[in-house]
Design a protein around this ligand. Structure first.
Ligand code: ZN
Length: 218
């Protein structure tokens, strides 16, 4: 059987499919938020890694990915709060959290949108730049808008990648996007990541990307 659901808005805002106790297969389609501006939305931020899970290491300085994802996430939180958005953080400290714990927490908080922050790493130290990821095609516009805005930081474009097997791109309940800000394995990118001014700029541009996505979704 094939079910086609026609939506009123061009941008779908997520759905869930589940069985109820009386064995009914249920599809719940999430309504697009009535006001697509930050003061009316709850934005979730996930700082990648944390605690025992260190992530990648800086090529020159050996800095830990988990520390810098949190620094960027905290800057992002600041900018979003200045713009009067409600913000949810999966972690605010150096906490060990499994993907399952993050997803469960997010499901319970039910945000309007999620951004996950990571830093990339490659075997070849010449590889550099910004990339964004999504799993389901319906959420591609968010990751494209964030990538476009992030290019204004001066980072090279590494790409926008779909069908990506990242746990937090898995939920279909709300639009979500993974941002791999830059490469810790590249000297130039690492230098940028170490600079607080650059991290502030990254936060501003991610928010600009979210706002662009919201405008285009009207
Ligand atoms: Zn990572």
């Amino acid at each position: 059987m094939k079910v086609i659901i026609e939506l009123k808005h061009q941008q779908h805002w997520g759905y869930s499919i589940f069985y109820t106790e009386d064995d009914k297969l249920t599809i719940r389609v999430r309504r697009q938020p009535p006001l697509l501006t930050l003061p009316h939305l709850t934005i979730a931020i996930d700082a990648g890694h944390g605690g025992d899970n260190i992530g990648a290491r800086g090529i020159r300085t050996n800095i830990k990915e988990k520390d810098y994802t949190l620094l960027i996430a905290t800057e992002l939180e600041k900018v979003l709060r200045q713009k009067k958005a409600k913000v949810i953080m999966t972690r605010e400290r150096d906490t060990t959290l499994s993907m399952y714990e993050r997803i469960t927490y997010l499901k319970q908080k039910n945000p309007d949108l999620l951004v996950s922050i990571h830093l990339n790493s490659a075997d070849k130290d010449s590889v550099n730049g910004i990339s964004t990821y999504y799993r389901y095609i319906g959420f591609r516009p968010l990751s494209q808008a964030v990538l476009r805005a992030m290019l204004q930081t001066g980072l090279k474009e590494y790409g926008n990648v779909g069908s990506f097997n990242f746990a937090l791109n898995g939920p279909t309940d709300y639009p979500n996007c993974l941002v791999e800000v830059a490469f810790l394995s590249n000297k130039g990118d690492e230098k940028r990541i170490l600079n607080p001014k650059f991290r502030q700029l990254v936060a501003k541009k991610i928010v600009a990307g979210i706002e662009d996505f919201l405008r285009r979704s009207l």
